[in-house]
Design a protein around this ligand. Structure first.
Ligand SMILES: NC(=O)c1ccc[n+]([C@@H]2O[C@H](COP(=O)([O-])OP(=O)(O)OC[C@H]3O[C@@H](n4cnc5c(N)ncnc54)[C@H](OP(=O)(O)O)[C@@H]3O)[C@@H](O)[C@H]2O)c1
Ligand SMILES: [Zn+2]
Length: 337
C-alpha cells in the first residue's frame, strides 16, 4: 500500500510517498481502506519537529488521526463491525484500566494517547474505536469531524455554554475554530469570530459566526470584543497572548477553556481580575467516543455541516501541510488516499 510518510522533520518537504506492506488485523483489530483522512495542527507540529510525542527516532512515521473509509478485514473477536461497513475512527487511545477509564470521561486516562496512521491507503486500528457511518455522510465529511469537532464540543460543554450565551473564539477559521463557531450555533449561542484574514472571516460568517473581528493584534482584541459585548465563554486554542485577551474581555463569572498553544505555550494574565470577577480557566483535551457518536449523528441530521476547506490526493499531502503552515487553510483539510 502507499503511505504518506514523514521521512525527515522540519517542514512539508519531509513528506515522502512510500510503498509499505499491507497490514493484517490481529485479535480485536480491523483494517480500514482509508477513503479520507483530515490533518490537524498536531500533525504539522510532528512534521516541524516541534512535537514532544513523536521525534526523529521513529522515522519514517505515518501520522493522521481522523480517518474514515470502509472496513476491509477484521481479526478474531471483533463483533461491532464487519468487512464492507463504512466507518470513522475515534482516535482516542486509552488503557481501559485506570481509575479515570473506569469513572470517565476517558479523556482523563493516565495513559491517554492518540492513534496515528491514517495518511495511507490502509490503516490498522482497534475495531472498538470504529463508529459506523450513516449514509448521509461522505467519508471526507466524516473525516473532518473527530479531533476538531470532538475537542470543540467538549470545550463548549466544559464552558457550560447555554442558549443565548455570547461565545468568543479567537482564531476562528481553522479546524477547532470553525467547529467551535458551528457547534456554539447548535447550542443556540451567539458567537464572535476573529482572524487576521478578511477573506477567511467572510467564510466563517457564511458558516454561522454572528460577529466578525479582523485583527492581528491580540493586545487590542479585548477592546474590540467588548464593543460587541462581554462574552460568557472563550474557546481558546491559541494560548500565548490570546489568553489575556480573552480574560480581559469576558464577563464576570466568565469561563475560558484552553486546548492549544498555537500562539505560544506561556500566557500572562491579570490575576486580580481573575479572582475579583470570579473567572474560571479550564484545560481540556479531545472528547469522548460518545461525543463523536453524537457529533456524527448531529451532522447526519443536518444540525451542522462539517467544513471541508480543501481536499488533496495522497501525493498532495505535503501541499496540505504547506497550506496549514502558511495559514491559507479554512476549516478542515482532507487527504483522500
Ligand atoms: N488538546 C486537544 O485535544 C486539541 C485538539 C485539537 C487541537 N488542539 C490544538 O488547537 C489548536 C488548533 O488546532 P487546529 O488543528 O484547529 O489548527 P488550525 O486549523 O491550523 O488553526 C488555524 C487557526 O489558528 C490561527 N493561527 C494560526 N497560527 C496563528 C498564530 N501564530 N497566531 C495566532 N493565530 C494563529 C489561524 O488564524 P488566521 O485565521 O488569522 O489565519 C486560524 O484561525 C492547536 O494548538 C492544536 O494543537 C488541541
Ligand atoms: Zn486509563
Amino acid at each position: 500500500m502507499r503511505v504518506a510518510a514523514f521521512t525527515s522533520l522540519g517542514g512539508p518537504d519531509g513528506v515522502t510517498i512510500q510503498q509499505w506492506d499491507d497490514p493484517d488485523p490481529g485479535p480485536k483489530e480491523a483494517v480500514v481502506d482509508v477513503e479520507a483522512c483530515s490533518i490537524n495542527r498536531h500533525d504539522l507540529w510532528i512534521l516541524e519537529g516541534e512535537s514532544s510525542m513523536v521525534g526523529e527516532d521513529v522515522l519514517p512515521f505515518v501520522t493522521g488521526l481522523d480517518l474514515a473509509g470502509r472496513v476491509r478485514s477484521v481479526g478474531d473477536g471483533v463483533a461491532g463491525v464487519e468487512p464492507g461497513d463504512r466507518v470513522v475512527l475515534c482516535p482516542n487511545e486509552t488503557c481501559g484500566e485506570c481509575t479515570y477509564c473506569r469513572e470517565g470521561p476517558e479523556t482523563l486516562c493516565e495513559e491517554f494517547g492518540l492513534y496515528h496512521g491514517g495518511l495511507a491507503e490502509r490503516a490498522l486500528v482497534d475495531a472498538d474505536r470504529l463508529l459506523k457511518l450513516p449514509e448521509a455522510l461522505s467519508s471526507s465529511v466524516a473525516a473532518a469531524i473527530p479531533t476538531a469537532y470532538m475537542t470543540a464540543w467538549r470545550m463548549l460543554r466544559r464552558a457550560e455554554v447555554q442558549p443565548g450565551d455570547l461565545v468568543f473564539v479567537p482564531g476562528a477559521t481553522g479546524g477547532v475554530g470553525v467547529a467551535a463557531i458551528q457547534l456554539a450555533g447548535v447550542l443556540n449561542a451567539e458567537t464572535i469570530a476573529t482572524s487576521r484574514s478578511a477573506e477567511k472571516l467572510e467564510r466563517v460568517g457564511d458558516v454561522g459566526a454572528d460577529h466578525l473581528i479582523q485583527s492581528d493584534a491580540p493586545e487590542s482584541l479585548a477592546d474590540d470584543v467588548r464593543k460587541i459585548g462581554r462574552p460568557d465563554a472563550v474557546i481558546n486554542h491559541l494560548g500565548g497572548p490570546f489568553t489575556r485577551a480573552g480574560l480581559d474581555a469576558i464577563d464576570r463569572g466568565g469561563r475560558m477553556v484552553i486546548c492549544g498553544r498555537t500562539a505560544g505555550p506561556v500566557s500572562e494574565f491579570n490575576v486580580g481580575r481573575l479572582f475579583l470577577e470570579h473567572q474560571r480557566i479550564i484545560g481540556s483535551t479531545m472528547g469522548t467516543q460518545g461525543d463523536l457518536r453524537r457529533l456524527v449523528d448531529l451532522a447526519a441530521e443536518g444540525a451542522y455541516e462539517p467544513v471541508v476547506g480543501g481536499t488533496y490526493d495522497l501525493e498532495g499531502t505535503a501541499d496540505a501541510f504547506a497550506d496549514m503552515q502558511t495559514r491559507d487553510a479554512f476549516g478542515k483539510l482532507v487527504v483522500e488516499p
